[in-house]
Ligand binder design. Structure first.
Ligand SMILES: [Zn+2]
Length: 691
């Protein structure tokens, strides 16, 4: 057994002591130990029970996961060529191990014996859910296949893991590889100070004169939203939307096209081996939605409602641009820029005007105060916790009775070698051990612009809502009261219901009483002025139709891709499906060089395959759940405690629909989503979420 720290640490991962060269031996040893234990446990003569089989397996899986989680996380937020290589080799071994486990005949027999024997009646409902889910997963892991097909199935899983990881690396490399140095200050026209400062500090870091723009989100968004220089916008847009593709400045260098095509071919083959017609159908067997048809119908219905609104919004925008010295016809790199001008002219509201009110400390204090009111939890920073970067902080969570409920790492700022976007990942899961409850710990990751000079980091309003969103996921993970890892926190929750807590929490960003806790001018501490809030609130549905159509474009593309591509899938097939979807829903056809799909990590590397619709699906739930708060009071502690007790604490211990009905007192209704998005007559002008 490896005696490395990674193999034996308890509690929080010792990040600074993790040596890259020790990772593979530690993980490999752990896998081997688990393999041996599986054989030993399933060879035992006693009839299998929860205590002699399920519990020890859960414990050893947990040990492996706790060792692997920090490695997986480091690979995402502090990548290096050495770490990446080790990560990939470990991932290969882990994938092989999990595929084997899913097809372990003795293990399957033992679970079946529990399900069919007297033990099942002795288990509580949560334990039964664990057994039922496991039996389902054995079938989805190919246990029922003839041997030759089982081998092929495992080979597919291994290759898929490799390809998905390659997709992500190509994207990261392509993102990091491009930058643009601007030396003529005239090219910065229109850019607010914050965007210039960011570019200036990027230039300083590289030791060059002028301003450096890159493909990290704050820089790209800064240029596309503010740069008056149209050629500059076009250049950044082109580099960004051709990342990891056969187009653009690095054409062919990290092309994800063949990777994506092979992923889709293999997913299809896997689905067919299991007897599903296509991958979408396989993907939906573990989700809340009944069938791909039900998903398509849901998406088409929304497209039908939002389409005319989106087209009107676009026409208005195009006309506004023409009347104000803009181009005759808007191109893709013009939309964000003119939308921002129109927003300013209509609501006298600029993103930049809001930013000084959202210094990061103030936002965090406000967020913690809000979840304190709603769910009775207290959040306190803990100093001196070992992490992977000096900007990272650690917080501990306590409930109203002062009992510890978990903790989280917060990594807020964009930097090189860190994956883009925002996400929550598990570090430690809650479960009952021989020593008592193991407290859950989460990784919360954002990519906001870092502080520049001695001015604190100021968040855009979008970044504020994103932080609330990820914190919602974090609460789901940390506040769970479930004692078995496979269904604690977000584990075992249907994927298309997972966004319920995260999207629910975003709603408080639009409530004045909540924002008063969140906002405070970084120089004066002054709260967000009423008038500014009114303008913000009125602008909530600004271009909400277009935003909705964009989400529907991604969702429809994803679900159609996983229904319609087969053994002959090529990059051109993918493009053709995307073109067809855009024909149907896009208000502006992007240029032919656009390769958005080559950077669509959600579905090619992030677990959302045939599941991107989940954002909209769960928004039905989150909007409807928030409706209950609206009916009483957005800070009603009883409604908050109900949400805590019915949803946040229950994890995947019961089907999401049942839990929702328990909270809402009825089945979900789409009305609140339509109302919040301005898609019904008499809508109240509140808006679309930032998923
Ligand atoms: Zn989310």
């Amino acid at each position: 057994m490896s005696d490395d720290i990674l193999a034996r640490f308890e509690g929080l991962p010792p990040f600074s002591e993790i040596r890259v060269e020790a990772i593979e031996p530690a993980i490999t040893d752990r896998i081997e130990a688990n393999r041996a234990a599986l054989d030993r446990l399933t060879d035992a003569a006693d009839p299998p029970t929860w205590d002699n089989l399920v519990a020890p397996i859960e414990a050893m899986e947990d040990r492996l996961e706790r060792s692997w989680a920090p490695v997986r996380h480091l690979n995402g937020v502090a990548s290096s060529p050495e770490l990446r290589e080790v990560h990939n080799r470990c991932l290969e071994k882990l994938t092989a191990y999990y595929s084997e486990k899913a097809q372990h005949p003795g293990l399957f027999r033992a679970f079946k014996a529990i399900a069919e024997g007297p033990e099942y009646a002795r288990l509580d409902a949560v334990q039964r859910k664990v057994i039922d889910d496991a039996l389902r997963d054995f079938r989805l892991g190919g246990i029922d296949l003839p041997e030759a097909q089982r081998d092929r199935f495992r080979a597919i899983d291994a290759r898929l893991a490799e390809l998905e990881s390659r997709f992500e690396q190509n994207l990261l490399d392509a993102t990091d590889a491009w930058s643009l140095t601007v030396t003529d200050p005239a090219r910065l026209e229109g850019m607010p100070e914050s965007v210039r400062d960011l570019a200036r500090s990027a230039a300083e870091q590289r030791g060059v004169e002028g301003w450096v723009f890159n493909l990290q989100a704050p820089s790209v968004i800064g240029v596309l939203t503010h740069a008056a220089d149209r050629a500059l916008r076009r250049e950044v847009y082109t580099a960004f939307t051709t990342r990891a593709s056969d187009q653009g400045p690095h054409a062919g260098r990290w092309d994800n096209g063949p990777v994506m095509a092979e992923i889709l071919r293999l997913r299809r083959e896997k689905a067919e081996l299991l007897g599903f017609g296509d991958y979408a159908r396989l993907s939906l067997t573990t989700k809340m939605a009944d069938s791909p048809e039900a998903v398509l119908e849901f998406l088409d219905d929304l497209a039908h409602r939002a389409g005319p609104i989106a087209r009107r919004e676009f026409d208005t925008l195009a006309e506004f641009a023409r009347e104000n010295g803009g181009p005759e016809a808007l191109e893709a790199w013009d939309v964000a820029y003119w939308a921002e001008r129109l927003r300013q002219s209509r609501y006298a509201l600029s993103q930049e005007e809001l930013k000084p009110y959202f210094p990061v400390e103030c936002v965090l204090d406000g967020l913690f105060a809000i979840v304190g009111k709603l769910f009775g939890v207290r959040v306190a920073e803990r100093e001196g916790v070992d992490a992977w970067h000096p900007d990272v902080r650690f917080y501990a969570l306590e409930d109203a009775d002062g009992r510890p409920r978990g903790g989280f790492y917060l990594d807020l700022y964009a930097r090189e070698h860190k994956r883009g976007g925002a996400w929550m990942d598990e570090c430690i899961s809650r479960r009952l051990t021989a020593e008592g409850i193991q407290q859950p710990v989460a990784f919360l990751t954002c990519n906001a612009a870092p502080p520049v000079g001695d001015r604190p980091a100021l968040l855009t309003f979008d970044e504020v809502t994103t932080l609330f969103h990820e914190f919602g996921h974090g609460l789901h993970h940390m506040l769970t009261q479930v004692e078995y890892r496979p269904v604690s926190g977000i584990n075992g929750v249907e994927w298309d219901a997972v966004e319920l807590p995260s999207q629910l929490l975003e709603n408080w960003c639009w409530e004045k009483r909540a924002l008063d806790l969140v906002a405070g001018h970084y120089r004066t501490g002054e709260p967000l002025p009423d008038d500014l809030f009114d303008r913000l609130r009125r602008s909530r549905n600004f271009n909400a139709g277009m935003a909705m159509m964009r989400q529907l474009e991604f969702s429809l593309f994803d679900i159609r891709l996983h229904r319609e591509t087969g053994a002959d899938c090529e990059p051109a097939t993918i493009q053709a499906i995307l073109d067809a979807v855009r024909e149907h829903v896009a208000v502006l056809q992007p240029p032919a060089f656009n390769r958005f799909q080559n950077g669509f990590a959600h579905i090619f590397a992030g677990g959302y395959a045939a599941g991107y619709y989940s954002y909209k699906w769960a928004e039905v739930l989150s909007a409807d759940a928030f409706g209950r708060f609206e009916e009483y009071d957005v800070f009603d502690p009883l409604v908050g405690r109900d949400f805590l007790g019915c949803i946040l604490e229950r994890g995947g211990s019961r089907p999401a629909l049942e839990l929702f009905c328990e909270f809402r007192g009825r089945e979900p209704s789409i009305d609140a989503l339509l109302r919040h998005n301005g898609l019904v007559d008499g809508a109240d002008g509140t808006g679309v979420d930032g998923s």
